[in-house]
Design a protein around this ligand. Structure first.
Ligand code: UD1
Length: 340
């Protein structure tokens, strides 16, 4: 029998790409989502790409009894927990919304894993836990910095909840994957990033500006201490990122983990500035982007990119897609969404 994996938030951006990657790697997948920031389109996209009628349940992970019914119905041993709110600014304005949703949903998942005897869990963490890093590139040993937003705090708290849970209860093993900046879309253009309202993140803002949905991209600051003055990030193709989840699940399923709780950086190891990304987007897609330089965005860190040696060595995984092809896939997806 195939190994089954529950993917919470599987209708979301990273969840849907991971569902595809798991199915392509031979896993059975069950998707749950409450559609708070997604819709059935992504589930249909996953089914179309894979040709598999992936089971889907519309469930909110904060509803423990509804979640229990999913645990009773499906025999999965592994869970990938993506379901969470992720807008930094909103979390500052409405912190209780973030603490309530992001913490309760994860605690419910872990309690049910314990109660129902399930073993393996991956948690979607973020490079945001490093704050303004004390060293570059950042390794998993680089100290976390105090969170600068409730959103970031929920990532740190959930990491700690997983660490303590995996230490205390025999049979539960966990991995936190610290994502750098996921961008791009599936090459089929059947799934991709679909932010509601004005995008917070750079690449959806770029593609929406190119599509004429937004008038002008604002580049937040060109007076940073970097070669061109704009911030530097580690942009990773979402399909590569999805592959890291498959490798991490395999590590747990095959019992190759060295500790009950492990952390891996998931990035490319390369830093790219905002200006370099904008210029590359224009070049590979042969268009001109309307942009202007504005003041810094509060809370932004200057530079962050990953040391990926641990993930490369221990997970046997490496990001392979070029930024150019990723920026092409991002634009192909935006065009598809807009009917261009
Ligand atoms: C942000 C969050 C991070 C979260 C991640 C999720 C902050 C401070 N960090 O990361 O916690 O895990 O999203 O994807 O919000 N930029 C512009 N113009 C724009 C948008 C962005 O110049 O319209 C710049 C930003 O200043 C930054 C870079 O683009 O230098 C990347 O920004 P973004 O995509 O929002 O990601 P992060 O801020 O790195």
């Amino acid at each position: 029998m195939k190994e089954q994996v529950l993917v919470s938030g599987g209708a979301g951006y990273i969840g849907s790409h991971t569902a595809v990657a798991l199915i392509e790697a031979g896993y059975d997948v069950v998707i749950i989502d409450n559609f708070s920031n997604s819709d059935m389109g992504a589930v249909e996209g996953v089914r179309k790409i894979t040709g598999v009628e992936v089971p889907f349940e519309q469930v909110d992970c904060c509803d423990k009894e509804a979640l229990r019914a999913v645990f009773k119905k499906y025999p999965f041993k592994s869970v990938i927990h993506f379901a969470a709110y992720k807008a930094v600014g909103e979390s500052v304005a409405d912190p209780l919304k973030y603490y309530s949703n992001n913490l309760n949903s994860f605690v419910n998942i872990l309690e049910l894993m314990k109660e129902e005897g399930r073993n393996n869990v991956l948690f979607s963490s973020s490079a945001t836990v490093y704050g303004e890093p004390v060293e570059l590139p950042v390794t998993e040993q680089t100290p976390r910095q105090p969170a600068t937003s409730p959103y970031g705090n929920t990532k740190q708290m959930c990491e700690d909840i997983l660490r303590d849970t995996a230490a205390a209860y025999e049979g539960i093993k966990g991995i936190a994957l610290r994502y750098f900046n996921p961008i791009g879309a599936h090459p089929s253009a059947l799934i991709g990033e679909l932010p509601r309202g004005v995008p917070n993140n750079l690449v959806p803002f770029i593609t929406q500006t190119a599509a004429g949905v937004r008038e002008c991209l604002s580049i937040f600051g060109d007076d940073y201490n970097t070669p061109d003055g704009t911030c530097i990030r580690d942009y990773i193709d979402v399909v590569d990122l999805a592959g890291a989840h498959v490798a991490a699940i395999a590590r747990l399923v095959e019992g190759k983990n060295k500790e009950s709780y492990e952390i891996f950086n998931v990035g490319t190891g390369n830093g790219t500035s905002v200006m370099e990304l904008v210029t590359a987007f224009e070049r590979v897609n042969e268009l001109k982007l309307n942009y202007k330089i504005v003041g810094r965005r509060s809370g932004d860190v200057e530079s962050v990119w990953a040391d990926t040696a641990l993930a490369n060595d221990e997970l046997g995984w490496k990001a392979v897609r070029s930024t150019d092809e990723t920026l092409q896939s991002a634009w192909a997806w935006e065009k598809k969404v807009r009917g261009l």
